[in-house]
Design a protein around this ligand. Structure first.
Ligand SMILES: Cc1cc2nc3c(=O)[nH]c(=O)nc-3n(C[C@H](O)[C@H](O)[C@H](O)COP(=O)(O)OP(=O)(O)OC[C@H]3O[C@@H](n4cnc5c(N)ncnc54)[C@H](O)[C@@H]3O)c2cc1C
Length: 349
């Protein structure tokens, strides 16, 4: 989550300052990098941020539709009451809207509903699986003998809570660690998008855009960053790139073998979003502001945020993961939008 990344950046900055470093590089200008850079600035330590892309924000990114900003990456301030970024959003006067994830309106063919006890049973099964087992192994075995729950209810729960959240095939996800507890309570989205927060965070930070770091050399006198024809020396570097990206950066000396093996085994899940604006609203009002659509095929799922509150124009933000995404995202933007809208329209009837 964004606030977790931000807090990790702040913690790394605290460590670097307490270690006595005076000139510090930060690699990556996502939430973690911005958290680190801001904390360094607050403590009066010079920080230079090297960012590969031509923009800041990393996985918080947005798009302008009809002159209004919507999120394509992170959307919600989660764990709202304990979220440092939520406090910041309040401080700078950003408008936020609550989504009740516990009560989405499920659209489309009638579903059986998911009994409350199902989650407990799934957690117990995952918790007692072998450390090497994948969620897919545990769920596959359960579906062969569903016992007191209907197989369709088990599938719906897993699709909504795991496939949609991780964007990864169930065979990639660790049974022990792949199902995160406790997200989705009291989350709020930012009217105008995360970029309003990002712009504020990046204010006054020395960011060098389009400077991908390709090599990090650590010597007795400090750290040397190499990237895009640039070489520069620092006392220390705080590296905030996503874990799988670490494998693309050359470290000298090399990272310990066990780190490299672990990083090499990590994959990235994939969740894509589509923002659709309409002249007229054609879907039912639902106080939670959230809708779910299950497809007929295995693990086919999408969810929809009603973002009309942003500027009064009927707006949906669709989140796609799993096989539906793979089949949908091959076309042009217009084709993706049309097919995504069709899935939603069919579900509404
Ligand atoms: C679709 C989606 C929806 C999400 N929804 C939510 C949500 O609703 N709420 C929430 O709290 N979280 C959400 N998240 C998670 C959240 O976006 C991330 O946890 C958070 O943004 C990660 O921040 P980060 O700084 O660790 O990494 P990133 O944001 O990935 O930042 C890393 C930065 O490093 C840069 N970089 C990469 N390689 C190099 C290099 N070689 N040299 C220099 N720079 C480099 C990248 O360009 C990037 O800017 C979502 C994520 C996705 C993908």
């Amino acid at each position: 989550m964004t606030h977790g990344a931000y807090e990790q950046g702040v913690a790394a900055a605290e460590w670097a300052v307490e270690a006595g470093h005076l000139r510090i590089a930060v690699v990556g200008a996502g939430m973690a990098g911005l958290g680190a850079a801001r904390e360094l600035g607050r403590r009066g330590v010079a920080a230079e941020v090297w960012e590969a892309r031509n923009r800041v924000g990393g996985r918080t990114t947005g798009v302008d539709v009809g002159g209004f900003g919507f999120d394509l990456g992170a959307n919600w301030l989660q764990q709202y009451d304990d979220n440092v970024l939520a406090r910041l959003a309040e401080e700078i006067g950003l408008a936020v809207v609550a989504t009740d994830f516990t009560d989405p309106l499920v659209l489309g063919p009638a579903r059986l509903g998911v009994p409350k006890e199902l989650e407990g049973e799934l957690r117990a099964r995952l918790g007692s699986a072998s450390p090497q087992a994948a969620i897919g192994d545990v769920v596959g075995e359960w579906l062969r003998e569903p016992g007191r729950f209907a197989a369709a209810a088990i599938r719906d729960f897993v699709d909504a809570e795991i496939v949609m959240d991780s964007g990864a095939p169930l065979s990639w996800l660790s049974a022990r660690y792949g199902f995160e507890p406790g997200v989705g309570e009291g989350d709020r989205w930012i009217v105008g998008g995360y970029r309003l927060l990002v712009e504020h965070l990046a204010g006054g930070v020395d960011v060098r855009l389009q400077r991908p770091v390709t090599e990090i050399r650590v010597g007795e006198r400090g750290v040397t960053l190499v990237g895009d024809g640039q070489v520069a020396d620092f006392d220390a570097a705080i590296v905030t790139v996503p874990l799988p990206v670490l494998a693309t950066i050359g470290f000298a000396p090399a990272l310990p073998d066990r780190h490299r093996v672990a990083v090499g085994r990590l994959g990235m899940g994939r969740v894509e979003k589509v923002v659709l604006r309409f002249e007229r609203r054609f879907w039912p009002e639902h106080a939670a502001g959230y809708y779910r659509v299950h497809g007929p095929g295995e693990n086919e799922i999408c969810e929809w945020l009603d973002a009309s509150a942003a500027d009064g124009v009927p707006t949906l933000v669709g989140l796609f993961a799993g096989p539906w995404l793979e089949e949908l995202w091959d076309g042009t933007d217009a084709e993706v939008a049309e097919r995504a809208a069709e899935i939603f329209r069919d579900a509404v009837g």
